[in-house]
Write a new protein. Structure first.
Lengths: 723, 85
């Protein structure tokens, strides 16, 4: 349902994952599955929570948990990132594997996509090797039906040896049966049931038998010893590290026995190589045996009636693709789509913005009266009303409407499945810059919040490409900077945004600013991969999901509600204290003028060089905790310097700015600078967390700042030369 | 001898059977994970605007792969999909 409160801002930083139970008897249920099969939708349906959902691979990169009650038990549901298998190396898939292996879930629900169940069973079979308590939950039955794919769920359950439930996760009703079968599973554990297992052939099975007894001694009953033996043979380094920290000992330093595990593994390996199976071979055999098993199981379970109709269905998907990703129309459609969304945002935001600001500023006088009647001193009244309240009102009325319109639209696009096509279209240019096409997906997340975008970078497998994506994410204007751009454009480049032509012009301007940010992303990615992050592009797989019709009503309501909460939350947390600080700075005088004036005069010469002024630069510096407050700070600073004007509409604000020396050049520089300056504090904290390196955090701070300063300087010098 | 065909030789609309996967390391793993094993039927369903990457239908899902990676995937033969008129 688009970015949500849980996934952006300070919440994007994911902490050490700890299961929080309401009571000790709570059961822990992991919800696993391939990417983009509807795990988060199942999770939201069960817990009533509001996790970010969307029609693309890699949108959940961290574990999330929620509570859910059935008739018998209460559960802690854990939504884990999507994974194709438990053997791969990307950080989000590792998160998934670690939870299933070491998170000790009481049961695992494996969500499968009914339209390609065979591939989904690949993961399911791997999970069933680790845990017996598995429920297969076949989702998207409605989509399969439309594609004329029939699945014999009973036969599937019989062959797998675990319960199989068919659901349509978007419809809450169908989740009841799932919950019921979880209850049943908890009641009778499947310890002794015959569960389908992939057959690795006699040689490998014998090798496993050599290791297994020793592994049992070390790992005990908690981890399936057959599976672990196989992994030890395979020597999966990161898994062994996790295992050691889980068991709180180094399994290889077990020197007190003669049956050292290392020795035994070596014996088994020797046995394998005697039988012509090398380690590289082993990996292949393991992977293809599982795939083969899945094939066997599906044979006869999945039938597609009337093949021609099924083809027709995917043909409609392909013809949409032909328009959205073709050589001629691919890029124009992408830019058009962006421009239309921005146009609706700009035009639509005007009216609620006016209403909200009338309402909030109208409340200023009653608030003053109220404070007077309770006998507050004038100083306090001014501090509260002109400091805290005014900035708060400003942030809410300017920031809220555009974001409440932009995000539902963006979410509709996300739910439809368009975003992976953007990554698909842009992969070649990214490859040219030695980066990864999936960076486009993280940039899309960045529109909501750069911190969320940076966490999203986990979908990129190569560490080098991930760092590039992290450093350049700030070139996408986020939630807090978008409204700055919109406000400046509507003040300086369009005078009457009610008429169609001017609103078109402003949306085109905004589109070009965003496109400029994207171009900068390419340029900087290229420069980085030629200098401090040298390397060649790595390999790349990207799933293009089927197009789905978004649940329009639900998306709009949820998304508006959620954005409102987010903006209000930020406003209270950041804008209020910032309002107080800036008011104090403007009203405490040292010598002959205020602190604010001292600071702005100090910065003025440098700021003038890049076409700004001291006040604007101060506003960006003070906006470090949250960029939302930049414009309110500018206005307040100018107001405290004398000219008090009416400030409840854009025209009078424009007057205020022009009185303080703003020209269209200043306006352009402000836009450039808000697109490119240091990331906000939350984003930096997230970068620190994700890269675990101060150096890269510093680079992420410096790179956009230098870009902004240099480009503003060039632009200013050029215009000075001509004007 | 006939030239070895790779996935790059499959044009949109054509299908092929995978003969051998030469990729190494994590890419090999990833390909196996998404069900691209030997003898898998694979259909090319489109190209991106700049010709690379290409989209393939693999076991019911559409996956985009880069040209470089396709070079490592050998195929037996190409067949044109029978189009319904």
């Amino acid at each position: 349902m688009g970015l949500t409160n849980n996934s952006v801002g300070i919440n994007a930083i994911d902490s050490e994952f700890i299961i929080k139970k309401h009571s000790p008897s709570d059961k822990v249920i992991a919800i696993a599955g391939n990417p983009n099969v509807g795990k988060s939708t199942v999770f939201n349906g069960l817990t009533g929570m509001n996790q970010h959902t969307g029609n693309w691979t890699g949108k959940t990169v961290t574990n999330a948990q929620g509570f859910c009650k059935s008739e018998k038990y209460s559960y802690v549901m854990v939504d884990i990132p999507g994974a194709y298998s438990l053997m791969s190396e990307s950080p989000d898939e590792k998160t998934a594997r670690n939870f299933i292996c070491f998170g000790e879930p009481d049961a695992v629900v494996v969500v499968c996509d009914a339209t390609c169940i065979e591939r989904n069973l690949n993961l399911a079979l791997q999970i069933m090797e680790i845990s017996e308590n598995v429920i297969i939950c076949v989702n998207l039955l409605d989509e399969a039906e439309r594609k004329n794919i029939k699945i014999d769920l009973n036969l599937l359950s019989e062959r797998l040896g675990v319960p199989v439930i068919g659901i349509v996760a978007r419809k809450k009703k169908s989740l009841k049966s799932l919950l019921y079968s979880i209850d049943c599973l908890i009641d009778n554990s499947q310890k002794n049931k015959k569960i389908a297992k992939a057959d690795y052939g006699d040689t490998i099975e014998s090798a496993i038998e050599i290791i297994e007894p020793e592994v049992k001694k070390i790992a005990g009953e908690k981890i399936n010893s057959r599976w672990l033996s196989l992994k030890l043979l395979d020597y999966d380094k990161s898994l062994i590290d996790e295992l050691n920290s889980y068991l709180k000992k180094d399994i290889f330093s077990n020197s007190d026995t003669d049956d050292n595990i290392l020795k035994i593994i070596d014996t088994a390996k020797k046995y394998l190589s005697e039988n012509n199976i090398s380690i590289e071979n082993l990996k292949d055999i393991i992977a293809s045996s599982i795939v083969k098993k899945a094939e066997e199981i599906c044979d006869g379970v999945v039938t597609s009636e009337n093949k021609s109709e099924r083809k027709n269905f995917s043909i409609s998907d392909r013809s949409i693709d032909r328009i959205l990703t073709s050589r001629i129309t691919g890029y124009p459609v992408m830019i058009l789509m962006l421009a239309v969304i921005l146009w609706i945002t700009i035009t639509g935001a005007n009216y609620p913005s006016q209403i909200i600001s009338d309402l909030l500023f109208g409340f200023e006088i009653p608030l003053t009266h109220f404070l007077e009647t309770i006998g507050a001193p004038t100083l306090i009244i001014e501090m509260v009303v002109f400091g805290i309240y005014r900035v708060l009102a400003w942030v809410v009325s300017v920031m809220l409407p555009p974001m409440a319109i932009f995000f539902p639209l963006f979410t509709l696009l996300e739910d439809s499945g368009y975003l992976p096509r953007v990554a698909y279209n842009l992969d070649k240019p990214f490859k040219k810059c030695c980066a990864c096409g999936k960076q486009a997906l993280t940039m899309c997340m960045g529109f909501g919040c750069n911190a969320a975008g940076i966490v999203g970078c986990r979908i990129i497998d190569s560490p080098r490409e991930r760092l590039i994506a992290i450093i350049t994410n700030n070139f996408v204007p986020c939630n807090g900077r978008f409204p700055i751009l919109i406000a400046v454009i509507s003040m300086f480049f369009t005078y009457d945004s009610v008429s169609l032509s001017t609103s078109l012009i402003s949306s085109l301007l905004l589109t070009s600013v965003v496109v400029f940010g994207i171009i900068m992303t390419f340029v900087v990615s290229k420069v980085l991969s030629k200098t401090i992050l040298k390397g060649v592009p790595s390999s790349f797989t990207l799933e293009l999901p089927p197009y789905r019709k978004p649940q329009i009503g639900k998306v709009i309501v949820r998304s508006i509600f959620d954005r409102t909460l987010f903006v209000l939350g930020r406003a209270v947390a950041v804008a209020a204290p910032a309002g107080l600080i800036i008011w104090l700075m403007a009203n405490i005088t040292i010598g002959d003028c205020s602190i604010l004036k001292h600071c702005s005069e100090f910065l003025d010469p440098f700021a003038k060089l890049i076409g700004l002024d001291g006040v604007i630069l101060i506003a960006f510096i003070l906006g470090f905790p949250a960029n939302e407050i930049v414009i309110p700070i500018i206005i307040m600073a100018y107001m405290s310097q004398g000219t008090i004007t009416q400030t409840d509409d854009l025209l009078s604000i424009k007057q205020l700015l022009v009185d303080n020396g703003w020209t269209w050049v200043t306006a352009v520089n402000v836009m450039i600078f808000s697109l490119m300056h240091w990331p906000c504090s939350t984003t930096l904290m997230t970068i620190k967390k994700e890269t675990a390196s101060l150096k890269w955090t510093a680079v992420s701070f410096i790179v956009p700042a230098i870009c902004g300063i240099v480009i503003c300087f060039i632009f200013t010098s050029v215009t000075r030369f001509f004007i | 001898m006939e030239k070895t065909l790779t996935l790059n030789d499959v044009n949109p609309g054509q299908t092929a059977i995978v003969k051998e996967i030469l990729s190494k390391g994590s890419m090999r793993r990833r390909l196996l994970d998404i069900g691209l094993t030997e003898n898998t039927k694979i259909e090319c369903v489109g190209r991106s605007p700049l010709g690379d990457p290409c989209a393939f239908l693999i076991r019911g899902a559409v996956i985009a792969l880069r040209c470089e990676d396709c070079n490592d995937i050998l195929i037996y033969n190409r067949t044109d999909k029978v189009r319904r008129v």
